[in-house]
Every structure is written in C-alpha cells, then in structure tokens.
Design a protein around this ligand. Structure first.
Ligand SMILES: [Ca+2]
Length: 233
C-alpha cells in the first residue's frame, strides 16, 4: 500500500499489507479484498487505514502454472470471482482442463467452473468489476514467431473457446500441434471464437480500460485503451 499522508500527490512510503509467494492478482469487493497466487485464493477484511486483516484461504487447488504464473482475478457484476489460469506452455495439450481458461468461482468457494477456454494467458481485462461479457487480451505463442500471428483482444463470453493451442488469431491453423483424436484442426477453428481485434505480437498488455461515451440521448458505445510492454515470453 502506498500512502500519501501530506497530500502532495506523491507516495511517502509503502506498507506491506499481504505477502505470499507468487501473489499477483488483487480485487476489492467493498470492505473485502481477494488475492490470488498460483494455487490459492485468499480473502481478507480491509481495515479503515487500508491495511488488511488476517488472510483466509478459500481456494487451494488452482492448477499448476508452468510458464504463466501470474494469476489475475476480478469480481463480476454477478458477484462471482473470475480467475485467470494461464497455460503451462507455449503450445501443448494441457493435462488439467482448467489451464488456459478463465474460471468462475463463488466467493464462498463452494462452486467453480470453466467460464471460457482456449486462452493461452489472459494478462489484462476490463476492470475489477467487468461487465459480462468482458474484454480480455491474451498473448501469442513464442513458437509462432513475430510475423504470422497477432496478440488478441477477445470478447469473453461464457462457454466459448478462443482457439489456443491449435488455432490462433483470425482462425489461423497452428502447424505444430493437432487436436485430440477425432477432432480436426478445421473443426477446432470452427468451434473457436475469433478475437475482435489483433495487434503486434508479443506486446504484453499490462492494463486495459473501457471508456463509455454518450452519443445523443440514447446511444452509447464503448471504446478502449490497452497499455502494453514487450512480453517476456
Ligand atoms: Ca506525499
């Protein structure tokens, strides 16, 4: 936590409010905070001074992370937790079906399901309280190089597949890997949802915001901004 006691707009110091190995994602829900590590989701009360009460672990069995250890989470308008679970690899058939997905879990951890799949690693989405469907950006496979593929901005909807690892970008066929027996690459592509936008490969999106503008009295349309940095791959 950064504090600005003298109100000059600059942080006067930092206070450690929680510490766990590989802690990455954070989401506030009123006076409660949710935190996610590779395998665990914690919740804690947020005190008046901004520090956290004791952490309570509510989930302890998220899948192994492998190549993508930075989990993120958010609270949906339905009050559910949305947790990203990246792939363990560049391109492979995952042993755990929860890898390369966005998971939807209740805040009491009594239920959990795969909300959307085929997402190599989701690194940014529209806000802590995303509308549904939300927008999420995913990063491209290193093995497909810099030229033939794109980073993807995907419109995430429940139950949809987004291609990885067999299909990339706008229904591009990955020549390196085949789907499970009985499904062709073309069938996988047909079953997958294309991104709404692509941009330069290997730009790691670090944040994304949705901007609503009023046009006339009734129409409004969203636009967005994505901040990126070169991906570590
Ligand atoms: Ca200050």
């Amino acid at each position: 936590m950064l504090k600005d006691d003298n109100g000059d707009g600059k942080a006067d110091g930092t206070v450690t409010v929680a510490s766990r190995p590989n802690l990455h994602g954070i989401a506030f829900d009123g006076n409660t905070v949710f935190l996610v590590t590779i395998h665990d989701v914690y919740k804690a009360d947020v005190k008046e001074d901004g520090t956290f009460g004791p952490l309570t672990r509510i989930i302890n069995d998220l899948p192994d992370a492998g190549q993508h250890a930075n989990r993120t989470l958010g609270i949906g308008p339905d009050g559910m937790l949305y947790i990203t679970s990246g792939s363990t690899c560049n391109e492979c058939q995952e042993d755990n079906p929860e890898n390369a997905t966005i998971l939807r879990a209740s805040k009491d951890s009594q239920s959990r399901s795969i909300f959307a799949s085929g997402l190599r690693t989701r690194s940014a989405s529209t806000g802590n309280r995303p509308r549904l469907p939300c927008m999420a950006s995913t990063t491209a496979s290193t093995l497909l190089g810099d030229e033939v593929q794109i980073e993807e901005l995907n419109r995430i909807e429940q139950g949809k597949k987004y291609g990885w690892p067999y299909v990339y970008g706008m229904s591009g066929i990955n020549p390196h890997i085949n789907p499970p027996e009985g499904i062709t690459l073309e069938q996988w592509a047909t079953q997958s949802t294309e991104p709404v936008l692509g941009y330069t490969a290997h730009r790691m999106p670090i944040s994304m915001s949705e901007i609503w503008s009023m046009r006339g009295t009734a129409a409004r349309s969203p636009s967005g901004t994505v901040a990126t940095r070169p991906a570590s791959r």
